[in-house]
Design a binder for this molecule. Structure first.
Ligand SMILES: C[S@@+](CC[C@H](N)C(=O)[O-])C[C@H]1O[C@@H](n2cnc3c(N)ncnc32)[C@H](O)[C@@H]1O
Length: 234
């Protein structure tokens, strides 16, 4: 099963080791976060989520990992799109966000496993997923750990599997939405990850602006090697 993590000891170790001085502690206010998303998307968050799924190419049967899953809204939408036969796993460093995500999943009557783990140390075997999504998370990760996160995302992807990154990008002047300009959002440029992605074995890069919150996407495919079997591409 692609959605099985390693043992509990590994999960604890993953969270613990990653929680060094530089590691992010994530977001601790799930209710405010959800309210903010509702306000920022003007009540059309579901539409925003569906458009991300279109970009990711989620289809029935896909085995998906959502890194920095937050309160689980994206994971639930992904799960529905991946049926029949698909599975979704979410990880986050914030227990508060995960508690809300688990509550939402219970209410929605869907089957998604959430794990407390750091994007820089994923508690999964190599090549478990055919799609990995990282939506509005990388700007929160300290620059020195970003490459590690990409390396981990690449490691858990099957050959031919896809990575979708959503985040803030481009010059500040080109960012029309106020939320893309301030603090960490304003300092981050998603396209600075293009080269590291390629170094981590992710090719066929494409990217561009979304019509939401001045966000952009970057999409890449895990390079096939002679040693590894082909996966069903997402
Ligand atoms: C802006 S929220 C986005 C949540 C979700 N992906 C979404 O689209 O709504 C960023 C999330 O990333 C989590 N996060 C930050 N650093 C992380 C890390 N190093 N590893 C895993 N999750 C992290 C935060 O706790 C938070 O839930």
């Amino acid at each position: 099963m692609g959605d099985q993590p390693l043992g509990n000891a590994d999960i604890t170790e993953a969270s613990g080791k990653a929680a060094g001085a530089e590691a992010s502690r994530g977001i601790g206010f799930p209710r405010i976060y959800d309210l903010l998303m509702w306000i920022l998307t003007r009540g059309r968050e579901q539409q925003y989520r569906e458009e991300l799924l279109d970009l990711a190419g989620v289809a029935p049967g896909h085995c998906v990992l959502d890194i920095g899953c937050g309160t689980g809204t994206q994971a639930i939408a992904t799960y529905r799109r991946a049926q029949p036969g698909g599975s979704v796993v979410g990880i986050d460093v914030s227990e508060n966000m995960l508690t809300t995500a688990r509550r939402k999943v219970h209410r929605a009557g869907v089957d998604i496993a959430f794990h407390h783990a750091d994007a820089a140390r994923l508690p999964f075997d190599d090549g478990r997923f055919n799609l990995v999504t990282i939506t509005t998370v990388m700007h929160m990760i300290p620059p020195s750990r970003r490459r590690l996160c990409l390396s981990e995302a690449s490691r858990v992807l099957r050959c031919g599997g896809r990575l979708l990154l959503i985040d803030y990008a481009g010059n500040l002047e080109t960012r029309s939405h106020w939320s893309a300009k301030h603090g960490r959002h304003g300092r981050f440029d998603l396209y600075s990850l293009s080269e590291p992605l390629s170094d981590e074995g992710l090719d066929e890069l494409d990217g561009g602006p979304l019509r939401w919150l001045s966000l952009h996407f970057l999409r890449a495919t895990k390079r096939r090697t002679f040693a590894e079997p082909l996966s069903d591409s997402p």
